[in-house]
Design a protein around this ligand. Structure first.
Ligand code: ADE
Ligand code: ZN
Length: 335
């Protein structure tokens, strides 16, 4: 590789695609299950080693999600949510992370009787402490689970209205099983959420396993200004031109795409094509506890698989990540 590891470590990095529930490491999952008397399914791995071994390969997105949702069951109290997010921030503070826009999935908790406030307060407290003690700025993005009925998703949006209005929830996202649940199902959820606060930022997972059409539909119907994953956009050259023209950031997740068999190796990702078409993208970790690496690990793997990229390309990636962040100009300059 033509840039050094030290350079990539020091490079100021912004994370735009990180599910806080996806940072639940096996060595926190089992203690939380014990602390909260949560019984895991009979066929669930029994030790940290066994669970890590299971995480070494997933058949596809759904196979991973099955484990991910079992994991969320061990999170019960506000302190649990705080502990999870704080563990994440302390880990990445040594990886050159300066800004994080993080997803959370309230419905994976509210469906178990845990309130939106409990979840949000715990995560929000960790975000504040990360700013104060680690200098990491952050934004919370509430995701709708697309396998849940749109009408129930609309109920969540309405429940979240006060948190959207006061800016605690800075963005709205859409995740979970993609292919059977296209973006257009959630048009009303997005417009309703935006009506609560015109400054609410909108994004959606699209073009991870789903086709380029889902990316176009998310832009046209949900009115998102960012696309999570989005790598299947390369199927449509007109769409690529549009992404470049409208400066739509794709939040690409290299290690995730390999672990979920979207591609067989990072070098197969169409990153050079995105660069050649001037489509902005950032590099992200998605669910690092499940996919074997945090933000720096993703940068390093890309550098190994795109060894000809020089400092100017990396500077461009870092700059696009800052420019595509939902922060004001002053913070952009500080970074
Ligand atoms: N939830 C957590 N990680 C996800 C991913 N990569 N795609 C869709 N939903 C998710
Ligand atoms: Zn994701």
């Amino acid at each position: 590789m033509s840039v050094s590891e030290a350079f990539l470590k020091e490079l100021p990095k912004c994370e735009h695609h990180l599910h806080l529930e996806g940072t639940l490491e096996p060595d926190l999952l089992f203690p939380l299950a014990a602390r909260n008397n949560v019984t895991l399914p009979d066929n669930f791995p029994k030790t940290v080693e066994e669970l890590n071994a299971k995480y070494s390969s997933f058949a596809d997105l759904q196979d991973f999600l099955n484990y991910y949702y079992i994991g969320t069951n061990v999170l019960i109290t506000e302190q649990d949510f705080f502990d999870l997010a704080w563990a994440y921030f302390t880990k990445v503070s040594s990886q050159g992370l300066v800004h994080a826009e993080v997803f959370y999935d309230p419905q994976s908790h509210t469906e178990r009787g845990i309130s939106l406030e409990t979840v949000t307060n715990g995560f929000s407290r960790a975000c504040k402490r990360a700013q104060e003690e680690l200098g990491i700025s952050s934004r919370l993005i509430m995701c709708l689970l697309r396998h849940i009925e749109p009408s129930a998703c609309l109920d969540l949006v309405k429940t979240a209205a006060p948190l959207i209005k006061d800016g605690t929830i800075h963005g709205l996202g859409l995740d979970s099983a993609e292919k059977p649940f296209p973006p257009e199902l959630f048009t009303e959820c997005y417009s309703e959420a935006k009506s609560f606060n015109p400054n609410l930022q909108l994004t959606a997972h699209a073009g991870e396993e789903g086709p380029a059409q889902y990316v176009s539909n998310a832009l046209d119907l949900l009115k998102v200004t960012r696309i999570d994953h989005g790598i299947n956009s390369v199927q449509d050259t007109e769409l690529l031109k549009r992404l470049a023209r409208e400066r739509i950031l794709l939040t690409v997740c290299p290690l995730s795409n390999v672990k979920l068999q979207v591609v067989q190796a990072v070098k197969e990702l169409p990153l050079q094509q995105l660069i050649d078409n001037d489509v902005p993208f950032s590099l992200n970790s998605d669910d690092p506890a499940y996919f074997g690496g945090y933000i720096l690990d993703n940068y390093l793997q890309v550098a190994r698989d795109f060894p000809h990229w020089d400092y100017s390309i990396w500077a461009k990636i870092a700059t696009n990540a800052v420019q595509g962040s939902w922060i004001d100009d002053k913070r952009k300059q500080d970074i």
